[in-house]
Design a protein around this ligand. Structure first.
Ligand code: S3P
Length: 437
């Protein structure tokens, strides 16, 4: 796997950014494919799996449960053979690394299986809230203890057992919580229903359909139900490139004059790609080739530098569909005339870092005007940003977002502590070098 440098420096890309970029597979989909494929009956070809630390941790965890991985022609292509709903107890504690998605989704599965298990993570993951999945799973009869030094946090000790179905209203718009309940629901006897307050990414539902798992979604997309226990039959899958990784290049090419980038086979799931209409509303020059469908829509994206960018108000319903892109969207806002307002995004405070504080702090350090709110920020852009040395706060998306800002700022920008980029985008640094060469 590619190794990202500890500290990365960039200068203004005076010649613009050029090239065709192949972005690795989608992180959310890769976690779910590892989990569902590992429980399936039979073998499947997985193509374009994200070989980042987060997803490899989930894949290794599922191998501990009895799934096998046979290497293919490249690290991202392999054959996954499931344990056919007869998983074994893990021999060791499960290391989830930095991944909230891995830990929360696997909790739904492990709570439903007839053995004890323990999951732990790094310092960042050990301070993220797990009560949000423990509460609904406990309603289903699960026994999960949060043993961390911080209340309600990892490590999680799970005494697995047969769970009963539940009808649950999510207190927040979270695809991780929704998916934890649905994954437990598929192993319970009967129909589990989840009501979400807003549309969140629907990869779990789409993969349920891919694997023939009985799942229904209401016309407005807010109510999902699954009937268990299910028999998952392995089926080959190709994972599209991650729109959340593509977002860095979308913003970079938009703010760096004289740029033109083509991003290949990027996932365009409507519950994930609100960054595109928001950037277009701000004046970005983004065009998309006709999309193809294979469970998940995807297509090639061409982005050229914007003639002029202006601020916008992000709509409340757009927030869950661009939640991971907000740091880099805030960077774009700093290069846009007028004010961009981001509210209803308090969830940002419990990501890999407090992304409201870390984004606002780094933008201010580069000279941007930012007002911070409990649930978001307002960025007034248009004045040139200046390069400086910034912390990444051990957050991959903060590191990558501010390297994009550095490509359009005056002087040199250095991001400290960039190794965390390996959790989601191990080839980021080499792509950065190739498009600025
Ligand atoms: C994810 C859901 C989102 C997102 C995370 C991945 C998923 O988190 O921020 O990076 O794969 O389900 P929440 O569900 O906590 O909003």
């Amino acid at each position: 796997m590619a190794r990202t440098s500890e500290n990365i420096s960039v200068r203004r890309a005076a010649q613009g950014l050029h090239g065709t970029v192949t972005i690795p597979g989608d992180k959310s989909i890769s976690h779910r494919v590892a989990i569902l494929g590992a429980l399936a009956r039979g073998s499947m070809q997985v193509r374009n799996f994200l070989c980042s630390e987060d997803c490899l941790n989930t894949l290794r965890a599922m191998q501990q449960l009895g799934a096998t991985v046979t290497p293919g022609d490249a690290p991202e292509n392999f054959t996954l053979t499931g344990c056919g709903m007869r998983p074994q107890a893990p021999a060791r504690d499960i290391d989830c690394g930095n991944s909230g998605t891995g830990m929360r989704l696997m909790a739904g599965v492990l709570a439903s299986l007839p053995f004890e298990s323990r999951m732990f993570g790094d310092a960042s993951l050990s301070s993220r809230p797990m009560k949000r999945i423990i509460d609904p799973l406990a309603l289903m009869g699960a026994q999960i203890e949060a043993c961390g030094t911080k209340p309600g946090c990892a490590p999680l000790h799970i005494c697995g057992r047969t769970l009963h179905p539940v009808s649950y209203t999510l207190p927040m718009a979270s695809a991780q919580v929704k998916s934890a309940v649905l994954l437990a629901g598929m192993l319970a006897h009967g129909t589990t229903a989840v009501h979400q307050p807003a549309i969140t990414r629907d990869h779990t539902e789409r993969l349920f359909a891919h694997f023939g798992i009985p799942c229904s979604v209401s016309a407005d997309g807010l109510d999902i139900s699954v009937t268990g226990p299910v028999d998952i039959v392995a089926k080959d899958i190709t994972i599209p490139a991650d729109i959340s990784s593509a977002a860095f290049w979308l913003v970079a090419a938009t703010i760096v004059p004289g740029s033109r980038l083509t991003l290949r086979a990027v996932g365009l799931n409507p519950t994930r790609c609100a960054i595109i209409p928001v950037l277009q509303r701000m004046g970005a020059d983004i065009s998309i080739s006709p999309t193809q469908l294979e469970g998940e829509p995807y297509g090639d994206i061409t982005v050229c530098s914007a003639a002029r960018l202006h601020g916008t108000d992000i709509l409340p319903q757009e927030i869950p569909n661009l939640i991971d892109e907000i740091p880099v969207l805030a960077v774009a806002a700093a290069f846009a005339e007028g004010t961009t307002t981001i509210r209803h995004a308090a969830e940002l405070r419990v990501k890999e870092s407090d992304r409201i504080a870390t984004t606002a702090g780094n933008l201010r350090a580069m000279g941007a005007a930012v007002q911070e709110f409990d649930d978001g920020m307002a960025i007034t852009g248009g004045a040139p940003l200046r390069g400086t040395t910034l912390q990444s706060f051990d957050d991959h998306r903060i590191a990558m977002s501010f390297l994009m800002a550095g490509l359009a700022a005056e002087g040199e920008t250095t991001l400290l502590g960039c190794r965390n980029i390996n959790t989601s985008y191990p080839t980021f640094e080499s792509t950065l070098r190739s498009i600025t060469a």
